[in-house]
Design a binder for this molecule. Sequence first.
Ligand code: DGL
Length: 270
Amino acid sequence: MTKAQIGKCPPLLFFDTGVGGLSVLSETIKLLPNAPIVYAADYAGLPYGMKSEAELAARVPALLGRLVERYKPVLATIACNTASTIALDHVRSALDIPVVGTVPAIKPASELTRTGVIGLLGTRATIRQPYVDRLAADFASDKILLRHAAPELVYAAEAKLRGETPDPDVIQQALSGLLDQAGGERIDTVILACTHFPLLREELAEAAGRPIQFIDGAKGIAHRIAYLTKDMSWPVDSQDGIFVTTAELADIAPYRSAFEKYGITQFEKL
Ligand code: DGL
């Protein structure tokens, strides 16, 4: 990894379909407050959770290739569980920079659970991935892992970050789909296996009505990014970040203030 050149420091690139990547970005900027940020949202492709493996295996590396060419980041983070569990290997072989993925936090959940019953909320595509089966076999083979697809939470998180109040019935229904399964009453730990879902942590905790720990991988990813870029000389002051999207800029206007909170002030179309 090259040291930053004076006056021109390569950015960290974050990639998701929408606002979900903010749950990863927010932990990263706690550790690297002055790292320049490019946040890419493939709004034209949202929701990834409803797409096929073949479509995402082609779409995600192609978009990341264009983004890397345009912004020359030092590292790319796929801040999306769906894209990571399907396309991480494809992206890594297509790019010559380090690529950090976001995969369901099954290992930490397995260490945290006391009842031995873990819930996993993700998109439809994520919960069916062999990648998730492998994580379960490697790290939670002595635990029960119950899965539920909650694509409606993606839209609830998007609404929240546009400044709207997410519908409590939608949150309740998503959680019931997990907790009402056989054995679900023993779940004490729920993995938020979609980067949009930690943005609804308070709403989910309230809807649960009993103590459940909701966990995600964002802190671990932030530490991994900091470790992989430890030789970088980041600027001494914080930098204005860039938001780039596949959608029309007019369509993302309602999200501007959510991104501005993280110092992302320039908005561009890919
Ligand atoms: N945020 C993405 C994830 O982590 C998915 C949202 C979508 O379905 O586009 O899986």
